[in-house]
Design a protein around this ligand. Structure first.
Ligand SMILES: NC(=O)c1ccc[n+]([C@@H]2O[C@H](COP(=O)([O-])OP(=O)(O)OC[C@H]3O[C@@H](n4cnc5c(N)ncnc54)[C@H](O)[C@@H]3O)[C@@H](O)[C@H]2O)c1
Length: 246
């Protein structure tokens, strides 16, 4: 089950944290993984780890917010069966959480460009070949901030993540008869957002009692990328230790 041998997967923002865990999990199931990041050294280090672990990976360095760069990357990479839109947060900027009333419009652009335009760019570049081949998987990493009001100063980010979920449903509906599925995964609090003393106190707020790991997300991606998930499309899966139960 969940054999991805013969499939090529692109994971954006896979040079560290959640994206790295997704790339590693897909590689373990046999996929050839294109490890994207805007920072070359990060992509290369995860490629080295996967290849050292008997997987198959190559770096594919580009900025998901740069449409021309995305198109070029798809042209040089050959056929891609699985795209995981993971690059997010504030992209190459710092998150800088701020109440919306105190934000400057310039602050809105970075999270919307990476979490929405980045997803549009890669999906648009990937779909034609997927449709032509009759098989494809688009998976977009979203956030629980899109589904529940959170008072943590991330209004544009939450908006872009919600847009990614709506985009997922429309792409799924448009392509439901083509063999291409499109799903989203809304994450709760992850280990890499905590640090030091905060980890234990954040973990106590989560029903299962711990923060999420990249592996938790990678295994969900393996399922959604698999042949076994061919009847699953247009959904947002909440991977959050039970924080938001819908
Ligand atoms: N960490 C969390 O608690 C959390 C919670 C909910 C959702 N998420 C989502 O999970 C995903 C991964 O988050 P993370 O915390 O692991 O991220 P991270 O910031 O630790 O790593 C993101 C990687 O993406 C790369 N990147 C940034 N902008 C890019 C761009 N424009 N093009 C290509 N690569 C780019 C960075 O260089 C970095 O290596 C994001 O979509 C994020 O919004 C994270």
């Amino acid at each position: 089950m969940f054999d991805l041998a013969g499939k090529t997967a692109l994971v954006t923002g896979a040079g560290q944290s959640v994206g790295a865990g997704i790339a590693q999990a897909l590689a373990v199931q046999g996929a050839s993984v294109l490890v994207n990041d805007v920072i070359e050294e990060r992509a290369q280090s995860i490629v080295d780890e996967i290849n050292a672990d008997s997987g198959t990976a190559m770096p594919l360095v580009f900025d998901v917010t740069d449409r021309a760069a995305v198109i070029d990357a798809f042209q040089i990479s050959g056929h891609i069966d699985i795209v995981v839109n993971n690059a997010g947060n504030a992209g190459t900027e710092n998150m800088n959480p701020t109440p919306f009333s105190d934000m400057d419009p310039n602050d809105w652009e970075a999270p919307i460009r990476v979490n929405l335009y980045g997803v549009l760019h890669t999906t648009h570049a990937a779909l034609p070949n997927m449709i032509e081949s009759g098989w494809g998987r688009i998976i977009t990493i979203s956030s629980g901030a899109a589904n529940s009001g959170v008072n943590i100063g991330v209004a544009p980010y939450a908006s872009a993540k919600a847009a990614g979920q709506a985009f997922t449903r429309t792409i799924a509906a448009e392509n439901a008869r083509t063999g291409v599925t499109c799903n989203a995964i809304a994450l709760g609090l992850m280990e890499n957002t905590a640090g030091g003393d905060h980890t234990a106190s954040m973990a106590r707020t989560i029903p299962v009692g711990r923060l999420g790991t990249p592996h938790d997300v990678g295994t969900m991606c393996v399922y959604l990328a698999s042949e076994e998930a061919s009847w699953v499309t247009g959904q947002t899966f909440h991977v959050n230790g039970g924080t938001l139960m819908t």
